[in-house]
Design a binder for this molecule. Structure first.
Ligand SMILES: [Zn+2]
Length: 260
């Protein structure tokens, strides 16, 4: 396949799992046509590392910062000011990942507060949000529904609901991003959701170093692997890999407002 261009819409090459191999990781991603990636920070160290990567790889690495629901208790004015400092720099294009998570032990009211405040921050800056949900899909949906998220743009990251939930989030104007989870044998419902996600609303991602797609499950994930999830999704949707690459690349650029 020639001229494929793939956008990994969610990855963490700023994590300590990639302390020693970022240049090789970028090289391997380019070799598999994964030419751009959105990298998300989640704490002080990873945000700082992200800032360096955005400067080092302009046009390849784009940044997003946000307070993960696991750390919701830490969210205050000072935290918000720190996010603003990053978000005003070139190459920082989204607020995330933010959202709801009942898997980890983080108080619900603090999560709701951090989530809502960061949606408002994104709207103020006219930046899209990248949403994380784990075991909290109903509350996550209700909060998104009550905020006016369509205008600044919104991505459900590693979408893990079924087709009925997919319809509901699509109705809010959201983009649905699929990770290696969709390739797992025990994720048939997520595959069905991907099948009904329209070509102009679907994205693809790794969430590296986690969620390595089949047939490499168990190995450390990296942006290059977006290629395998893309090929799996293309087959599920009955389109060619290049058609899906083109669509997901254009969708990611559109929601992140990237023009090059
Ligand atoms: Zn993530």
């Amino acid at each position: 396949m020639n001229d494929l261009k793939i956008f990994d819409s969610h990855t963490h090459i700023n994590s300590s799992a990639f302390d020693n191999d970022v240049p090789e990781v970028i090289q391997r991603s380019q070799a598999l046509d994964v030419s751009k990636m959105l990298v998300l920070g989640y704490d002080e160290t990873s945000n700082q590392r992200l800032e360096d990567l955005v400067k080092q790889y302009p046009g390849v690495v784009y940044g997003a910062v946000g307070c993960h629901p696991e750390d919701a208790l830490a969210y205050d004015d000072e935290y918000e000011a720190m996010l603003m400092r990053y978000l005003q720099q070139d190459g920082f294009v989204a607020v995330g990942e933010i959202g709801m998570d009942y898997y980890h032990d983080s108080p619900k009211q603090a999560q709701v507060n951090a989530f809502e405040r960061q949606i408002e921050l994104a709207q103020k800056l006219d930046l899209p949000i990248v949403v994380h949900n784990r075991d909290a899909i109903e509350d996550c949906y209700d909060i998104l529904k009550n905020m006016n998220i369509k205008k600044s743009g919104a991505i459900m990251h590693s979408f893990n609901g079924d087709a009925t939930w997919a319809e509901k989030f699509l109705d809010l104007g959201m983009y649905l991003s699929y990770s290696g989870v969709v390739t797992f044998n025990n994720a048939k419902e997520v595959k069905q959701a991907a099948e009904i996600t329209p070509m102009d609303r679907i994205l693809v991602e790794t969430d590296a170093p986690y969620l390595t797609p089949m047939p490499f499950r168990g190995r450390k994930n990296e942006p290059a692997m977006t290629r395998y999830t893309l090929e799996f999704l293309a087959q599920a949707k009955g389109v060619s890999a290049s058609q899906l690459a083109q669509a997901t690349f254009a969708n990611t650029q559109k929601v992140l407002k990237i023009n090059n």
